[in-house]
Design a protein around this ligand. Structure first.
Ligand code: MF3
Ligand code: CO
Ligand code: CO
Length: 257
């Protein structure tokens, strides 16, 4: 794994701020009647306005046969991650929408995601969103030098399962920095405290709980190599921050300020 210097971590935080501002803008404009392609356009404009390149546009991950063609992954309801924006996907009141993107400023990347409501959503969906976000916070609090990755993973898992929701097991967080997915760091959303790789200053990675309201089994849609959906059709939520391990504790790099 590539450990980052304090200067490199500062550079990633510049990208992280651009990414966070872009998600905030998308969250502000989202409304019934918009298409997910409208949101993709907002993502492109706002990243550019903040001096960032959309790192997912043209990105070719190992797990895919083809490169990704958009700036953002926009995942609606039972799509949990990697939904492709579409001009025919119209949002409706009550939908929950995952927004995930990676900003690149001068070769330094930051990856962040939120899940947002379209208008009013039901109480269970509200709980799913707030528990997933809280699970991310719990995981981040364990991202400290001297600890182990399992401390992060188990903190995420405990909060989610204590609240009766499901953790998708097949998908994890990852190292990030000069590439979207860097080798050597895997951040599962389940695990045991005291297990896993030791956490050291200079490590930078994404923590990204992917949580389902129902059963956590996943599936793919015929003809769509990207979207990951729940098998039972229940809704999913995804929140993600890029975090650095520093001598002074966890530093979230994808903040608005
Ligand atoms: N941002 C995603 C993540 O959190 C990566 C998307 S890869 C893509 O890992 F190719 F699907 F865009
Ligand atoms: Co992401
Ligand atoms: Co990620």
């Amino acid at each position: 794994m590539k450990l980052k210097t304090p200067g490199e971590i500062d550079a990633m935080a510049v990208a992280g701020k651009a990414a966070a501002k872009t998600l905030q803008r998308m969250k502000t404009v989202i409304a019934p009647g918009m298409t997910t392609m409208d949101l993709e356009e907002v993502a492109r404009e706002e990243l550019k306005a903040n001096g960032a390149r959309p790192a997912l546009l043209g990105y070719h991950p190992r797990f895919s046969r083809v490169p990704y063609e958009f700036a953002a992954c926009i995942s609606v309801n039972d799509e949990v991650i990697h939904g492709q924006p579409s001009a025919s996907k119209v949002l409706r009141e009550g939908d929950v929408v995952g927004l995930d993107l990676v900003a690149d400023v001068d070769g330094w990347l930051a990856d962040t995601a939120i899940t947002v409501p379209v208008g009013a959503i039901n109480v269970k969906a509200q709980r799913l969103l707030s528990i997933t976000q809280e699970a991310l916070r719990h995981g981040i609090s364990k991202a400290v030098a001297g600890g182990r990755m399992g401390d992060v993973s188990s903190a995420v898992q405990r909060l989610v399962e204590r609240n009766g929701f499901g953790i998708i097991r097949e998908l994890s967080g990852h190292g990030v920095g000069s590439e979207v997915h860097e080798e050597g760091i895997d951040v599962p959303n389940f695990g045991l405290p005291g297990k896993g790789i030791p956490l050291r200053p200079g490590m930078t990675f994404c923590i990204e709980p992917m949580v389902t309201a129902g059963n956590p089994a996943i599936k793919h849609r015929q003809g769509d190599p990207w979207a990951v959906l729940t098998r039972d059709g229940s809704i999913g939520a995804h929140f993600e921050h890029t975090v650095a391990i520093t001598e002074d504790g966890p530093r979230i790099l994808t903040l608005l300020n």
